[in-house]
Design a protein around this ligand. Structure first.
Ligand code: FAD
Length: 483
């Protein structure tokens, strides 16, 4: 039999479920990736993710040629995947297409369309679990319902994580003999960004390592500091987290490898590894929330939260623009927004701070912030992003209670005490005495003058009064009280 592996957000060869199953089932296997215009058409012309994918494919193509000979390599297409995949499968004469399941509703709709088109010519589409350790219905409560609280979910998840779920698919055992030569018509390199209608971004300047080799390098860098993760992860100025999220997003690393490493270290008493493993569990948790409660895509998980009346109109638009552009007058918020705008990454603590600030200081609908993140984040993932936003807005599954409102000044003083992170993005505040960095408007005129700062000129005045905003927010959320 002959098979086609359709790569999507699984841009690696090692420990790859669909590839493993294709190699086991078929004597001849092709691999293809489609730059899907149904997705690309909606993106800005400079998009770090498109460049990340493209660079990662170049590496994958080389790895495939190393494994399968110079006539091998990846087939790369550009067009709507719903049309390109059935057409390619037909042209290659395969009996089956193998892919890894994607749980986003739009991807599921696309896959259903592709399955129907393939089916009409007698070709099967086989999706496999690869992106998560446990998918939608694998970790359920005793009564067979999905978990809606994280801690018991995590307990059940950890109890189920036996050696089988941690082990890698031994792709390399089968790879060499079964890779088929690329069809002559598609014998060309991965298209350049320009050919795809995109422009270069600052991705190379950011030195974000791409491809499976990039993921491996980040992991090697992280492992020696994993034992300090639970202490350092909350401080945006320190190198606490792994920075692997973009690699998890595009599957240049296997979630099983990460879970295996964290589990082994945690089992030998490493508290940092245990905390990091919990973060991987959060990732699975939000995937199962999205799968089991797809109404979260545009509605609150707790439906009564959709009765909240958010600020709208010109004033809200002005505040939203200030938030997006990092002009709120709250240095930690502004530095965080500069980080996402300049790099496509934002530290987790800061994601929580700026999301809370948007919903609970500015009174703006979390969906607007969610969409902004979706456009900017390199690691944008519908499940985690939606989960994070609804957590901050208190409308989500196991979210923080609505009356818990982050104070952006005390968050700043606690997690960036000496302003190291703030100054990385707001160097104009460098001469301000450290304690004033968190709330420059509280500085005496003499201090501002000494620091060479004119508020409203060199740095914005605060666009909101936190104490007042807090009261307005508590009143706004009163519609959900007691529910
Ligand atoms: P590490 O701290 O090294 O964590 C390791 C991995 O665990 C991450 O790569 C990620 O896959 C997973 N993880 C960690 N925290 C969470 C979490 N709270 N929820 C789900 N998975 C988690 N993460 C995304 O991957 N994509 C998003 O679009 C996204 N949007 C978010 C929006 C908001 C408002 C919030 C509060 C959080 C969001 N997160 C998102 C979760 C988290 O902020 C990032 O996963 C993390 O900052 C990525 O950095 P890292 O890889 O260095 O993380």
């Amino acid at each position: 039999a002959a098979g086609l592996v359709w790569l999507r957000r699984d841009l690696r060869l090692a420990d790859h479920a669909a590839l493993y199953h294709a190699l086991k089932a078929c004597k001849q296997v092709w691999l293809a990736f489609v730059f899907d215009t149904d997705i690309l058409d909606g993106l800005p012309r400079r998009d770090r993710r498109v460049e990340f994918i493209r660079e990662s494919l170049v590496e994958l193509d080389e790895a495939l040629r190393d494994a399968g000979g110079p006539d091998g390599g990846l087939i790369v297409l550009h067009g709507p995947a719903r049309r390109e995949i059935p057409r390619l499968a037909h042209a290659l004469g395969v009996q089956a297409v193998f892919c890894n399941a994607d749980y986003e509703p739009a991807a599921e709709a696309r896959d259903a369309e592709v399955a129907t088109a393939l089916g009409s010519t007698g070709i099967a589409l086989h999706p496999f679990k690869d992106q998560v350790i446990f998918e939608r219905q694998e970790v359920l409560t005793r009564t067979g319902t999905p978990y809606t609280v994280f801690t018991p979910y995590k307990t059940a998840w950890l109890a189920k994580l036996d050696a089988f779920y941690r082990s890698a698919y031994p792709v390399e055992k089968y790879l060499a003999g079964r890779l088929a030569a690329r069809p002559k018509a598609s014998r060309r390199a991965v298209p350049g960004l320009g050919e795809l209608g995109f422009e270069r971004t600052n991705l190379p300047d950011l030195k974000i390592p791409v491809g499976a080799s990039g993921a491996a390098a980040l992991l090697q860098d992280f492992l020696p500091r994993m034992d300090r993760y639970q202490v350092q992860r909350d401080f945006p100025a320190s190198k606490g987290p792994s920075y692997l999220s973009v690699h998890l997003r595009f599957g240049t690393v296997s979630i099983r490898e990460l879970a295996r490493r964290a589990h082994a270290a945690a089992a030998s008493g490493d508290a940092g590894a245990g905390t990091w493993l919990s973060e991987l569990v959060w990732r699975d948790f939000y995937f199962q929330v999205l799968s089991n409660f797809p109404h979260v895509v545009d509605g609150s998980f707790k439906r009564e939260y959709d009765r909240i009346h958010w600020e709208e109109g010109a004033d809200a638009d002005r505040l939203f623009a200030a938030w997006c552009e990092g002009r709120t007058g709250f240095p930690l918020v502004d530095a965080a927004m500069a980080q996402i705008n300049q790099t496509g990454y934002m530290h987790n603590r800061l994601r929580m701070v700026v999301a809370s600030f948007l919903c609970k200081d500015l009174g703006i609908d979390w969906r607007r912030g969610e969409r902004y993140f979706a456009e900017k984040l390199n690691d944008y993932d519908l499940a985690a992003n939606n989960g994070g936003w609804q957590w901050a807005a208190s409308s989500g599954c196991d979210a923080q209670p609505y009356f818990r409102i982050f104070n952006p000044v005390s968050q700043s003083a606690k997690f960036d005490a000496d302003g190291k992170f703030i100054l990385r993005y707001l160097p104009q505040l460098a001469k301000l005495p450290k304690p004033l960095l968190h709330a420059p408007w509280t500085a005496r005129p003499v201090d501002l003058e000494a620091a060479g700062i004119r508020l409203g000129h060199d740095y914005p005045l605060p666009i909101v009064d936190h104490a007042q905003a807090r009261e307005v927010t508590l009143a706004r959320y009163a519609v959900v009280k007691g529910r």
